[in-house]
Design a protein. Structure first.
Length: 362
């Protein structure tokens, strides 16, 4: 199923909120935000680190964001007579709204335009951060959603990707979900986020350079060939259907890491066909079930959509989902320690073929 109606409203502080409803809903706008919120904070600052040629976002206002509130004060549940949440309606299917504590936004105070501090250029963190609620059920999880709801979520993410790609200064749109307190989740309600980045993120820069080099050398698309090689080999494939394959990368960095890619090269979610969108839910839910089944308890995970950049290098992008966990055993977490955090050199404790076998055996 996809959404039947799309209703955009403004919260009391001017932030946008959009309902994606699976049934016709003509009364969403009848529920205004009754809170008297202060104006949203100004945008973050980007500082350029010349030593590694990377930008860092500094967003001091995020220190005050809501941290693991009790369930009767959950800002992502629908509004109840006793508590006005971020979502004014008494129920919803999928809802997206601008983050109250954004890492990037277009609210730039005039005195904060580009300046340079010695060797470190500074610029405003222009962009946008949104929150995506997958269900109004506080105690559910993405893995417990029906495939029809996954389709609605994919369509909502595609809608947001298309719109946010049009914003001034946006370099890449990144939808993701952090799941579990072990990952650092600050709200239990099932939700994801979308970042519209003002510069191409470091990992994407590396991927673009690798794809460019490969294309120049072979005349071929890198991700297409990696996916074909994984499908031909099969040792690390977890699941596949007509349109998608899920596999553990041969050089996985994380104890349990899966990439889920469409067989047809598309730049981003908006470019997926109807059939590809429908085929995604069942295979993704299967992979999530395998993750949770590994140790018989919910896996903390990060689920990340890699989409093509908006500008230069867009033709090199191949949409894929990267899903990984920091749990390496029932009672052990993988921490990014010296080698990974200081040097960026990953040491994986689990052989990828073994991880793939464990995931297939669930
Ligand atoms: Zn909730």
């Amino acid at each position: 199923m996809t959404f039947k109606s799309r209703t955009a409203i403004r919260l009391s502080d001017g932030r946008e909120l959009i309902y994606f409803d699976e049934q016709e809903q003509s009364h969403r706008a009848d529920h205004p935000d009754t809170r008297q919120l202060p104006p949203p904070p100004p945008t973050s600052q980007l500082r350029y680190d010349p030593l590694v040629d990377e930008w860092v976002a500094v967003a001091a206002h995020r220190q005050t964001r809501t941290f693991l509130p009790p369930s009767d004060a959950c800002p992502l549940c629908p509004t109840k007579p006793t508590f006005a949440s971020e979502i004014p309606a008494p129920d919803y299917d999928v809802v997206v709204f601008e983050n109250q504590f954004p890492s990037f936004s277009d609210r730039i105070p005039e005195n904060e335009i580009t300046e340079v501090t010695g060797m470190v250029p500074v610029r405003p963190g222009v962009g946008r951060c949104e929150v995506v609620c997958f269900t109004s059920d506080h105690n559910s999880a993405f893995g417990a959603l029906p495939p029809s709801r996954v389709r609605t979520v994919v369509d909502a993410l595609a809608d947001r990707t298309a719109e946010m790609s049009q914003l001034d200064g946006v370099a890449q749109v990144f939808p993701f979900e952090n799941r579990g307190v072990e990952i650092g989740v600050t709200l239990h309600h099932p939700h994801g986020q979308i970042y519209a980045y003002p510069t191409v993120p470091p990992r994407t820069k590396l991927m673009l350079a690798a794809a460019r080099t490969y294309l120049d050398r072979t005349g071929r698309d890198l991700y297409t060939d990696v996916l074909a090689a994984e499908r031909a080999d099969g040792a690390r494939v977890i699941a596949a259907n007509e349109h998608w394959t899920a596999y553990v990368p041969a050089a996985a960095r994380w104890p349990f890491e899966v990439q889920l890619a469409p067989h047809r090269k598309v730049p981003d979610l908006p470019a997926l066909s109807d059939e590809e969108r429908d085929a995604f839910g069942p295979i993704y839910l299967d992979v999530l079930r395998r993750f949770d089944g590994l140790f018989g308890k919910p896996m903390p995970y990060i689920s990340a959509w890699h989409q093509a950049v908006v500008g230069e290098g867009r033709e090199l992008g191949y949409l894929h989902l990267q899903l990984f966990s920091i749990r390496r055993a029932a009672d052990k977490l993988k921490y990014l320690a010296g080698s990974e955090s200081a040097m960026g050199f990953f040491v994986n404790d689990i052989v990828p073929e073994k991880a793939a076998q464990m995931l297939r055996d669930v």
